[in-house]
Design a protein around this ligand. Structure first.
Ligand code: ATP
Ligand code: FE2
Length: 324
């Protein structure tokens, strides 16, 4: 069975095609803001201009490979409303034109499921860290969020600090590079409340630190050490509480080597194992939507056109999970 998935909740417009075993195709056309962060309308405009040519490219490649699609999956939410609507419209058109079933996929669930698939890990605690989201997720029949950010996602926090220091979007890789050259740690607000955490106070304090004359390198270093320690602390607590031994990284911030290093030190200490999918499947991508759509379709899920409205605030807990 072959599934085509469309992702476009925020910056990355991406189409993936998968079967049960592997990713067959992954083609993306990301929106890159000239200045500042992601503007929802501009991103949606970008997606609506590019979705046609992107799909055309994918279908040409499928024709060359002599492959037919069985299911159309799309990211139904959470995400930016205007972007979600472009993706949902394209998916509906495809499903109607090709007379194929449609499956609306929760974007967070897709990050988790694609990781479980490619890393072959059964029941992990997932640290899902991206621009818009930061959550510790594990499964108890359905998926549950055991801890999450009370304000902004950690990627968003990094991007805000990066912009303030004059770096281009996305700030994550740039901050990571600077932090590697930093050496002096300045204390910054470490905010963990129960199993939840918060980053906006940390951003404000880091901006102040930079304005007071501290080098970009040391600000980036101090910021990363603080933010990542918060995430690792809560992940460790979830492992202990749930008595689990696997950690799965998901989301764009998961590419960060210092975060991975801190997580693996924690995992080693507890005899747990750290798993991470390859970079192209870590951040937003169409293959994760295609794969999760396939998994869901095989377990009896289908989204009728009249139920395919986008869900900008779609939570992972809302998905009734009936697969192993
Ligand atoms: P979501 O819709 O799930 O919130 P997203 O739109 O933020 O996802 P992702 O691709 O999952 O998209 O994550 C993008 C974020 O990852 C950006 O904030 C970016 O700065 C951050 N990022 C990318 N690479 C790194 C890195 N090496 N270190 C830290 N952050 C990174
Ligand atoms: Fe994402």
């Amino acid at each position: 069975m072959i599934s085509l998935g469309i992702e476009g909740t925020a910056w990355n417009l991406s189409v993936g095609v998968v079967n049960e075993e592997e990713v067959i195709l992954l083609e993306s056309d990301p929106y890159k803001p000239e200045t500042g962060g992601i503007h929802p309308r501009e991103a949606a405009q970008h997606h609506s201009e590019r979705i046609g040519p992107l799909l055309k490219k994918v279908f040409l490649k499928l024709k060359e490979k002599n492959l037919d699609i069985d299911v159309i999956a799309f990211s139904q939410g959470p995400g930016m409303g205007p972007c979600l609507r472009v993706v949902a419209t394209a998916a509906r058109v495809l499903a109607l034109k090709l007379k194929k079933p449609l499956v609306g996929v929760n974007h967070c669930l897709a990050h988790v499921e694609v990781g479980r698939w490619v890393c072959k890990v059964k029941n992990p605690v997932t640290l899902y860290v991206s621009g818009g989201n930061s959550q510790i997720i594990a499964r108890k029949r359905n998926y549950r969020v055991f801890g999450e950010t009370l304000d902004i996602g950690v990627g968003n926090a990094i991007d805000k600090l990066a912009r303030y220091m004059g770096l281009k979007h996305p700030g994550g890789p740039r901050i990571e590079k600077l932090a590697k050259r930093g050496s002096k740690y300045y204390e910054l607000p470490y905010v963990v409340k129960g199993m939840d955490f918060s980053f906006s106070g940390l951003v404000t304090a880091a901006k102040k630190l930079y304005s007071s004359g501290v080098s970009k390198e040391d600000v980036a270093f101090s910021f990363q050490e603080t933010a990542f320690a918060m995430l690792v602390e809560v992940t460790e607590r979830a492992l202990a509480y749930l008595d689990l031994n696997d950690v799965l990284i998901a989301g764009g911030v998961g590419a960060n080597s210092r975060l991975r290093e801190m997580l693996s030190i924690m995992c080693d200490d507890r005899g747990a194992k750290l798993h991470a999918p390859p970079k192209e499947l870590l951040g937003d991508n169409g293959a994760m939507i295609a794969y999760t759509g396939l998994l869901m379709y095989k377990h009896g899920y289908e989204t009728k056109i009249e139920d395919s409205a986008v869900k900008p605030d779609f939570r992972i807990e809302e998905v009734e999970v009936n697969w192993k």
